[in-house]
Design a protein around this ligand. Structure first.
Ligand SMILES: *Cc1c(COP(=O)(O)O)cnc(C)c1O
Length: 230
């Protein structure tokens, strides 16, 4: 576990990168939400982020988040950014304030039903494999994305806010940038075809947040650059 001083130094460095990327792109830094990713780190890491003014953290496993949540500040919000098995839909519905990794119509229906059961409206992002990376989750193409959007939109307890993608691991910067541009294009077309607003584009991590911001990211998910290597 890193110290508070290390965390604040890391945070200052990440904020400087966001500021520089926004200046280059002619964007307001307030238009980019930094989501600290606390997976594999103890609940204290989430508390550090909260104390520094961040209202939400990202986790990639439902059980891990469910275990940490009671140990962290009660007002902190938790977002799922990792693949969810449909047999964990109930746990995820109870644990998370937003799910960024909705990646199949079947999961949408399960998660939607679990939310109805507990009387909760859950904001979601649709995860798309915009980089066509075989190792990454997310719907594979625009037609699958459209089917997922239609299914999720028919679930009264789900509120679709936008799209999320993870580019190929170790992709060269040009490959990652192409995935980000593809996601933005899919978002624009999907919004047109469905009438959904879809304001959120969650893309960019420690290694590629600049190019994600240049491509229009509204949420960047940063773990390593804030909390150190896992
Ligand atoms: C772990 C993870 C991140 C954070 O990655 P870093 O490279 O540590 O910043 C972002 N998004 C997802 C989906 C992750 O699983």
């Amino acid at each position: 576990m890193l110290t508070r001083e290390q965390f604040h130094a890391n945070l200052a460095a990440v904020r400087a990168r966001i500021g520089a990327a926004c200046a280059d792109a002619g964007r307001d830094p307030r238009s980019v939400l930094l989501l600290p990713v606390t997976k594999t780190h103890p609940a204290e890491a989430a508390a550090l982020a909260f104390e520094a003014g961040y209202g939400a953290v990202g986790e990639n496993r439902a059980q891990e988040a469910a275990a940490k949540r009671p140990l962290a500040p009660a007002a902190l919000r938790w977002e799922l950014i990792g693949h969810l098995q449909s047999n964990k839909a109930k746990l995820a519905a109870a644990t998370f304030d937003r799910v960024q990794s909705l990646d199949s119509p079947e999961l949408a229906e399960k998660l939607g039903r679990s939310c109805v059961e507990i009387g909760k409206t859950l904001p979601v992002l649709l995860q798309a494999n915009a980089g066509h990376d075989s190792a990454k989750a997310g719907v594979a193409d625009f037609d699958a994305l459209l089917r997922l959007a239609e299914t999720a939109a028919a679930c009264p307890a789900l509120r679709i806010e936008g799209l999320m993608t993870i580019p190929a691991l170790d992709a060269d910067p040009a490959v990652a940038r192409r995935a980000f541009d593809t996601l933005r294009g899919w978002r624009d077309t999907l919004a047109e075809r469905t009438g959904l607003a879809l304001p959120q584009l969650s893309m960019g991590m420690s290694g590629d947040l600049e190019s994600a911001i240049a491509a229009g990211a509204t949420i960047i998910r940063v773990g390593t650059a804030l909390f150190g290597v896992r």
